[in-house]
Design a protein around this ligand. Structure first.
Ligand code: 9UX
Length: 68
């Protein structure tokens, strides 16, 4: 299991938080995604034999947010 923090641009409200967390939790290999609106990032616990940062970045961008 691996853990990473991804900086995300453009999340301002609770719906943004839910959209990003939901998109990541829907990915195979992600066990937990937790957005901090204060820090503009998302902490992700994941299985690095199943998924990777590129896939997570794509899922976040698909929701309309930019990844730094
Ligand atoms: Mo509320 Mo978050 O309109 O973009 S969903 S700010």
């Amino acid at each position: 299991m691996a853990k990473t923090t991804i900086d995300v641009v453009g999340m301002t409200c609770g719906h943004c938080k839910a959209a990003v967390e939901g998109a990541l939790n829907n990915l195979n290999g992600v066990s937990e995604a937790s957005v901090s609106l204060e820090d503009n990032n998302v902490e992700v616990n994941y299985d690095d034999t199943v998924t990777d940062r590129a896939k997570m970045t794509e899922a976040i961008e698909d929701q309309g947010y930019d990844v730094k």
